[in-house]
Design a protein. Structure first.
Lengths: 202, 202
DNA sequence: CTTGTCGTCTTTACATCGTAAGGTTAACCC
DNA sequence: GGGTTAACCTTACGATGTAAAGACGACAAG
């Protein structure tokens, strides 16, 4: 398992094959099947192993602080293992670590005074963000060069003015500066936490 | 392309192979490479084709109504093609349809009075929801039988009380009833739209 | 009518993949 | 010491993506 994580960190998750992982361990491919039912099982284990790395202990004063703390911890793990979102998404069933984690999250909300229904809604609103990542429409974190920006503007400016305006604003020279994913994640999380607080009071 | 969509609808997206798709078209596998650079290119095309099915015209009175309308339209398409989220996520670069769509979404917000910075934040908050789907932690839409629920409660009730409480509440017999994904999606969207309205005013 | 170009489709081939079936080996218990 | 068991190995099969080279018809230029 540890070897698989190391391999995924180095070469990406889609380059994990039974043969390569076995080679990493100085062993033949088929030997892995004594410890794992099949490849899907292995990947499920991988996903659960990453989730297991998230510390679930919280010392937050209230539910908001605790939730923020646990989600940031999750994000830290995800940033260390960029393949984690893929692995989690491919998961067929939640493993023990996932169960432990989700139990901790639900616990924070319930102890914080959320009803079951409110907690359920909160989980759906948070979605994968509670695990430290989000699926965006496209990657806007890459900073494109001025020349590329110019050609983009002239090529698509007519047909897609709003998209181009936004793309240009997010460049290094644009009005917003390059997109800071961490800051955006934090902003979105805070946005949702505030909304949840309002939801709870109503 | 149409044949690929049909095949994906029928057998799921991971069962799309060059040979099977070719067979569907009464042709050999290698013939596809005259029309497509490689398989990744094909899947990108698939993703863009689904996005292209989303109507981008809106007759909403304000930005909120328009955004709601376009997102629900997107959700309709996604529900018709359950493999769409996977395809969109695997996309390497946004295609023309994706560009057109994102331009429409940004346009709604900008015309609705959102600044560029606010619009940028909104996109990150909405994430994939703007395309009609969300990545959840786990699938809670399946309704489990009473016996399974009982064994679950006795097996994990001690170690994971909050998770079990939630799982039981979401069964048919539970206090919340079975999870209605559509209702949850709508609730979460409305939650975010309300938050965005507040964001705009501040 | 011939000749050459071009777009489409085919054939063959190769490396890589997951894994089924069966065999070997070393540790350990009675 | 015979039997059990867990870990590992060898061989093999079918499926996959795609590189390389060719076949065949349509069509424009000579």
């Amino acid at each position: 398992m540890a070897a698989a994580i190391e391999l995924a960190d180095r070469d990406g998750i889609e380059s994990i094959s039974m043969r390569k992982l076995a080679q990493e361990l100085g062993v033949e491919a088929m030997s892995l099947y004594t410890h794992v039912r099949n490849k899907a099982d292995l990947l499920d284990g991988l996903a659960d192993a990453v989730i297991g790395q998230i510390p679930t202990s919280t010392d937050g004063a209230d539910w908001k602080a605790s939730l923020r703390q646990i989600v940031f911890a999750a994000r830290g793990v995800v940033l260390r293992h960029p393949w984690a979102p893929r692995a989690v998404q491919a998961q067929t069933a939640p493993g023990p670590a996932a169960l432990h984690y989700i139990n901790a999250v639900i616990g924070i909300l319930r102890e914080g005074g959320f009803s079951i229904a409110q907690t359920h809604h909160a989980l759906h609103i948070l979605g994968s963000r509670v695990l430290g990542f989000t699926q965006d429409l496209f990657d806007d974190s890459g900073d494109l060069e001025p020349e590329a920006a110019a050609s983009l503007a002239s090529a698509l400016g007519q047909s897609h003015p709003y998209a181009v305006e936004m793309a240009l604003a997010v460049t290094h020279a644009g009005t917003l500066g390059p997109c800071d994913d961490d800051a955006e994640f934090e902003f979105a999380l805070e946005f949702i936490l505030d909304g949840l607080a309002r939801l709870q009071q109503s």
